[in-house]
Design a binder for this molecule. Structure first.
Ligand code: MRU
Length: 347
C-alpha cells in the first residue's frame, strides 16, 4: 500500500510528491518547521494528507517542548499549531486536525496524564490510522455508484497520495475495481501543478486500473462524444450548503457534466466539511506563486514580467453536484439538510 505520511523514529516521513513520478523518494521532517515547509511547497498535498501531516508536525513540536512546565507547554503548543495552520488556507482538514490536537491536549491536561507530548504523538498516529480506515469506508459506500464499463473522469489527485493512504475519489474507484467492476479512468492533467499527470496517472498504473491521461481542455469534447459517463473528484472544503472547493478546474467540469447529463460525484471525509461556513462564497481560496504558471517543470514558458493570476482552487455550487460520498453515507440533495444531519451525527 502507498503510505503517504507516517511516523517513524520521532520523525514524520513523507513521500516527496514534487519528485513523482520520475523519482520515488521520501522526505524526513524532524521538526515542525520542516512539516510547514513541506505543506507549503506541496511535498505533501491533498486535504486529508495535509491534515495528517499537520497533526504529526504538531506532535513533533510537542516533543521539543517536553521539558516545559504545564501552562507554558500548552501556550507554546497552541502557538506552534497556529503557525502550522498558516501553511495553506483552503483545505479544511488542516484546521480540523490541529483543532483535534489542541482539544486532545486539553483532555490530557484535565486527566492529569504525565507525558502530554507522548499522548499527542499517539493522537497524531491515531488521526493517520483513522484516515486510512475512513477512506476504505468511503470506498465501500461509494463503490456501488460505479458499474462495469464506466468511463470515469477525475481531476487533480484524490488518491492515496492525497490522504494517509487509499484515497477518497480514487479510493472509491479502487473499491469498485476490487469488487470486480471493469472501469476506465480519464485523468485530467490538472495544470498548473499537474497533480493528475504526475500523481493520479502514477497511482492508476500502480493499481493496474486502466487509465488515459488527457489535457484539461479535452474533457468537453470527450463528453460530447459520449466517452465519459461519470465524474468523481475530491474536495478541500465543503460549506454547510454543499458548495465544494476543489482543485482549480473542477467547477468547469461540473458545468460540462450538467450540460451532458453526466453524474458529478464528490468523495470527501466528514473532516472536509466546514459546518461554520454557510456557502462557498466564504471559503478562502489560496493564490499561489506566479512561476507555477509562467514555468513548466523548470522551463520558462511566458514572457518575463507578465501578469499572472493563479488561484489554486475553485468552488463548485451544490446544485451541480449529484451526490457526496462520505464515510457515513452517500449524501444526496437537498444538501443543506443532508449536511445538517451529518453535523448532528444522524448520518
Ligand atoms: O493543491 P493540492 O494538490 O493540495 O490540491 C488537492 C486537491 O484539490 C484535491 O482534489 C483535494 O485535496 C481532495 S484530495 C482527497
Amino acid at each position: 500500500m502507498i503510505k503517504t505520511v507516517f511516523w517513524k523514529n520521532n520523525a514524520v516521513v513523507l513521500i516527496d510528491q514534487n519528485a513523482l513520478p520520475l523519482v520515488e523518494r521520501q522526505v524526513v521532517c524532524s521538526d515542525y518547521r520542516g512539516v510547514i515547509a513541506a505543506i507549503r511547497d506541496l511535498t505533501v498535498r491533498g486535504a486529508p494528507a495535509i491534515g495528517v501531516a499537520a497533526a504529526m508536525g504538531a506532535a513533533l513540536g510537542a516533543l521539543a517542548l517536553s521539558q516545559e512546565p504545564g501552562e507554558k507547554f500548552k501556550k507554546k503548543f497552541n502557538a506552534l499549531c497556529d503557525e502550522i495552520a498558516a501553511a495553506r488556507p483552503t483545505a479544511r482538514n488542516l484546521f480540523w486536525a490541529l483543532e483535534r490536537m489542541k482539544k486532545h491536549l486539553n483532555e490530557v491536561i484535565r486527566s492529569g496524564k504525565r507525558n502530554p507530548a507522548r499522548e499527542l504523538v499517539r493522537e497524531a498516529k491515531r488521526i493517520c490510522a483513522e484516515d486510512i480506515e475512513i477512506n476504505r469506508e468511503m470506498g465501500r459506500r461509494g463503490a456501488a455508484l460505479f458499474s462495469d464499463g464506466d468511463h470515469v473522469l477525475t481531476h487533480c489527485n484524490a488518491g492515496a497520495l492525497a490522504t494517509a493512504g487509499y484515497g477518497t475519489a480514487l479510493g472509491v474507484l479502487r473499491a469498485a475495481a476490487a469488487e470486480g467492476r471493469k472501469l476506465h479512468v480519464y485523468v485530467d492533467e490538472t495544470r498548473p501543478v499537474l497533480q493528475g499527470a504526475r500523481l493520479t496517472a502514477w497511482e492508476m498504473k500502480k493499481e493496474k486500473i486502466p487509465a488515459t491521461l488527457i489535457c484539461d481542455n479535452m474533457a468537453g469534447a470527450l463528453m460530447r462524444q459520449g466517452k465519459i459517463n461519470k465524474v468523481i473528484v475530491g474536495a478541500d472544503r465543503i460549506a454547510a450548503n454543499g458548495d465544494a472547493a476543489n482543485k482549480i478546474g473542477t467547477y468547469p467540469l461540473a458545468v460540462l457534466a450538467r450540460v451532458h447529463r453526466i453524474p458529478f460525484y464528490i468523495a470527501a471525509p466528514v473532516s472536509t466539511f466546514d459546518f461554520s461556513i454557510k456557502t462557498g462564497e466564504d471559503i478562502p481560496i489560496e493564490e499561489r506563486q506566479a512561476d507555477e504558471v509562467t514555468m513548466f517543470r523548470g522551463v520558462v514558458i511566458a514572457p518575463k514580467g507578465v501578469k499572472v493570476y493563479n488561484p489554486a482552487f475553485d468552488v463548485t455550487p451544490a446544485r451541480l453536484i449529484t451526490a457526496m460520498i462520505t464515510e457515513r453515507g452517500v449524501l444526496t440533495p437537498p444538501f443543506p439538510a443532508a449536511i445538517a444531519r451529518l453535523q448532528k451525527g444522524e448520518k
